[in-house]
Design a protein around this ligand. Structure first.
Ligand code: FAD
Length: 431
């Protein structure tokens, strides 16, 4: 057993830990630990990676350090989408891990996806978001689509290095997804789609989008109302080249600038009814369920960024360039290290749970929130440790700090994660 596993056991023994929001007795805690240990031997999850996982990690690490990192600052300055590097990542088997083998994917789990995301995020978190957008865009289809739809659109991602996107956010519907106004009205065997989406990652690069639209507008004011989101919103696959789809300009964001973020407008777009994912009214659940699978990888990307902050800080100190005293340096360095290790444990736990068929909403939100906050603290601390140099674009930590901020916003803001965490806790406590 590894040292970390022993530490974890010790903690579990001495504390009443919270598992899926419910307080367990010590006996139950140990029982759940035993289950985890058994699963570890059968699923490969542990604090040691399997040989295959290690190989994947090494592959991701060498690709990140050799192919992404040297170009990251240049691409960031130009706001250039790293298409050719992404294509190479696809060829090297570093994308689409979550897609089952029968659709040409790697058929791997969220744990593996997170391992890769940590390594890629170390080199450039914007690049990693461009990779992860394919998961976010395709997971609703994977969860709720019929065989024909999955075969058609998932295979598109695995046969060639192509992209998809998750188009949910609108100008007046961000955190409040229920406020969506894009409409899909059924006419014969088609839906007619009208509306606008905003802040859509990979919108200009994707071949198809997962679009969340309102299919039931039967309430008094005609927009379907907010309360019935889990019944009135539906998910569709919409191809970018279809008539009526207009993609906006690439947004120039504060950080993660290589990622392609755009608005998309739908003007009388005709969607074949067969491109509805699942049933009408299931879209909201699909869009939210996707996050259980994708939030661990967002946390992993943030952790990769934080590890880079730590490494750059250590290098700066060892190069004799840091002018702070030993006490100040040890504070910065040790805070970064503790934050990274804590976030990593929760991140892998949340990934392992979903891979093992356990509901992980609570842990996925903790992982995402914790890693986002931690990455921002690490980046800000690294800039401080570098002194004035930290603010200068000739030094790597300036980009890291700009890149970190977005982790607190997309895939549910940190405040929204806190709402989910407390809701899960309170709901479980009520039962
Ligand atoms: C770079 C980038 C990429 C993105 N990619 C995608 C994508 O691929 N697909 C997609 O659909 N969307 C995407 N988004 C949109 C993103 O998910 C939203 O920005 C996010 O959900 C927040 O929505 P909002 O910006 O409208 O902020 P708002 O929801 O208006 O929130 C504003 C502030 O209020 C806080 N707040 C809101 N509600 C509450 C509440 N109930 N309690 C407490 N505080 C609250 C928020 O935390 C935030 O700080 C992306 C955004 C960015 C910046």
């Amino acid at each position: 057993m590894s040292l970390s596993m022993r530490t974890w056991m010790c903690l579990s023994k001495n504390l009443r830990v919270c598992y899926s929001g419910r307080h367990f007795s010590q006996r139950q805690v140990l029982e759940s630990r035993r289950t985890h240990t058994e699963s570890y031997t059968t699923t490969g999850y542990s604090f040691d990676f399997t040989k295959e996982q290690q190989k994947l990690k090494e592959n991701a690490k060498s690709f990140a350090r050799e192919e992404i990192l040297p170009l990251a600052a240049k691409y960031d300055r130009a706001g250039r989408y790293p298409r050719e590097i992404l294509d190479e990542a696809w060829h090297r088997g570093l994308t689409n891990h979550h897609i089952p083998k029968k659709y040409g994917g790697a058929g791997l789990g969220t744990v593996e996806e997170c391992m890769v995301a940590v390594e890629l995020g170390y080199a450039c978190s914007g690049f990693t978001v461009a990779v992860e957008a394919n998961s976010l865009g395709s997971v609703p289809l994977l969860i709720g689509g019929d065989e024909q739809l999955k075969k058609k659109y998932l295979t598109m991602l695995t046969e060639e290095p192509t992209r998809c996107a998750y188009a949910v956010t609108e100008p007046s519907a961000g955190s409040d997804v229920a406020a969506i106004r894009t409409r899909a009205v059924k006419k014969g065997d088609e839906y007619i789609l009208n509306g606008s989406k905003m802040w859509i990652t990979s919108a200009g690069e994707a071949d198809w989008y997962f679009v969340l639209a309102r299919t039931d507008c039967s309430d008094v004011n005609g927009d379907g109302g907010k309360l019935a989101a889990n019944k009135t919103l539906s998910g569709f696959i919409v191809e970018r080249e279809w008539p009526g789809v207009t993609v906006g300009r690439k947004e120039l964001n504060m950080g993660q600038r290589v990622s392609d973020t755009r608005g998309v407008t739908f003007d009388d777009v005709r969607i074949p009814a067969s491109n509805l994912i699942g049933q009408e009214g299931q879209g909201f659940k699909l869009a939210m369920a996707a996050f259980d699978q994708t939030r661990p990888a967002v946390a992993a990307n943030a952790i990769g960024l934080a590890e880079r902050c730590l490494d750059e800080s250590v290098k700066y100190v060892l190069d004799g360039r840091c002018e702070l005293n030993e006490h100040a340096i040890s504070n910065y360095i040790s805070n970064m290290a503790t934050g990274i290790e804590g976030s990593k444990a929760v991140m892998y736990r949340s990934a392992w749970m979903i891979d093992n068929g356990q509901r992980n909403t609570y842990y996925a939100s903790i992982a995402k929130c914790m890693a986002a906050e931690m990455a921002n603290k690490c980046a800000a601390d690294a800039v401080e440790l570098f002194g004035l140099n930290g603010l200068n674009a000739d030094y790597p930590v300036e980009k890291l700090m700009r890149d970190a901020k977005i982790f607190q916003i997309y895939e549910g803001t940190s405040q929204i994660q806190r709402i989910i965490i407390s809701r899960e806790l309170l709901n479980n406590a009520r039962q």
